[in-house]
Design a protein around this ligand. Structure first.
Ligand code: HEM
Ligand code: HEM
Length: 233
C-alpha cells in the first residue's frame, strides 16, 4: 500500500489553529466580562486564518484549492448517495460532498467574524467597526451574529459526527492525514492509483504560506486598528 502527501503543512496548521481559536472564542464569550477582550482577539486570529485560507484556496497545493473543493452537482449528488455504502469516496482529498461541507463551514465563519466586527453586547463591548454604523444597525448585526452562532454549532457538530461516521461505516481515518499530511487509498476500495497524485510540501511552499499569512495579519490589524482614539480607550 503506497502513501502520498495530501495536505500541506500550512493547510494542517490552518485547521488546528482554527480549532484552537474557535474554541477560544466560544469559551471566552460564554465567560463574558473582561474575557470579551479575548473573544475579540480570537476573532481577529480567526479572521486572519480565514483570509489566509481564501488565498490558499487559489495558490495552495492541489487538494487545498477551491477547484478541488467545488465539484459538479452530479458528483456531489452521487457522493451523497455513496454515504450509506461501505466503500464511499475513494479518491484523495475532500470528497465532493466533503468539499461542500468545508465551503459551508468557511462561509459560516466568515459571516460570523465579519458581523462580530460590527456587533455590540449592550454592556461594555463593541466590535472595532461598530462605531462606523448606527446603534440600531449594530443591534441588528449583533442579532445576526448570535443567530449564526447556532448555525456554527450545528455545522461543527455535523463536521465531527461525519468524521466519526466515515471511520465507523467506511473505515476511513480522515483525522490521521489532517495531522501527518499523508494518506493511502482505502483498502479494498475501487480507487484508481493514477488519481492519487502526491503534492509538494516543501520549504518553498511554507515560505509562500508565511508571506501570505503575514499579509493577512497586516490587513486584519489595519482594519481593526482604525478605531479613533476617543473610542479605543
Ligand atoms: C468566527 C468567530 C466568532 C465566533 C464563533 C463568535 C461567537 C460568538 C457567540 C457565540 C456570541 C454570543 C452570542 C449570544 O450569546 O447571543 C458572540 C457575541 C459577540 N461577539 Fe462574537 N464570535 C466570533 C467573532 C467575533 C469578532 C471578530 C468580534 C469582534 C471583533 C465579535 C464580537 C462579539 C460581540 C460584540 C458579541 C456580543 C453581541 C451580542 O451579545 O449579541 N465576535 N460571539
Ligand atoms: C472548532 C472546531 C473545528 C473547526 C472550526 C474545523 C474546521 C474545519 C475546516 C474549515 C476544514 C477544511 C480544511 C481545509 O480544507 O481547509 C476541516 C477539515 C477537517 N477537520 Fe475540522 N474543524 C474543527 C474540529 C475538528 C475536530 C475536533 C476534528 C477531529 C475529530 C477535525 C477533523 C477534521 C478532518 C479530518 C478534516 C479533513 C476532512 C476530509 O478529509 O475531508 N476537525 N475542519
Amino acid at each position: 500500500m503506497f502513501r502520498i502527501r495530501v495536505w500541506d503543512l500550512p493547510t494542517r496548521l490552518f485547521h488546528w489553529a482554527l480549532v484552537v481559536s474557535v474554541t477560544g472564542s466560544i469559551v471566552t464569550v460564554k465567560i463574558g466580562g473582561n474575557w470579551m477582550e479575548w473573544h475579540f482577539r480570537c476573532g481577529y486570529a480567526i479572521l486572519t486564518l480565514l483570509l489566509f485560507r481564501i488565498v490558499w484556496g487559489f495558490i495552495g497545493s492541489r487538494y487545498a484549492r477551491f477547484v478541488h473543493l467545488l465539484a459538479r452537482p452530479s458528483r456531489i449528488i452521487s457522493s451523497a448517495r455513496g454515504l450509506w455504502s461501505t466503500t464511499g469516496y475513494s479518491g484523495p482529498g475532500h470528497s465532493p460532498l466533503g468539499g461542500v461541507a468545508v465551503l459551508a463551514l468557511l462561509a459560516a465563519f466568515i459571516f460570523q467574524a465579519v458581523t462580530g466586527l460590527f456587533s455590540n453586547d449592550d454592556i461594555a463591548s463593541e466590535g472595532p467597526l461598530a462605531f462606523r454604523i448606527s446603534k440600531s444597525r449594530s443591534d441588528f448585526i449583533s442579532d445576526l451574529h448570535s443567530s449564526n452562532a447556532v448555525v456554527i454549532y450545528v455545522l461543527l457538530g455535523l463536521h465531527v459526527l461525519a468524521i466519526a461516521y466515515y471511520y465507523w461505516r467506511q473505515g476511513r481515518n480522515l483525522v490521521g492525514p489532517m495531522i501527518t499530511g499523508s494518506a493511502s487509498p482505502p483498502a479494498g476500495g475501487t480507487s484508481d492509483p493514477e488519481r492519487w497524485i502526491g503534492i509538494q510540501d516543501d520549504a518553498a511552499l511554507w515560505i509562500r504560506a508565511l508571506l501570505v499569512l503575514a499579509a493577512c495579519a497586516g490587513i486584519v490589524w489595519f482594519v481593526v486598528s482604525t478605531v479613533p482614539p476617543r473610542l479605543a480607550g
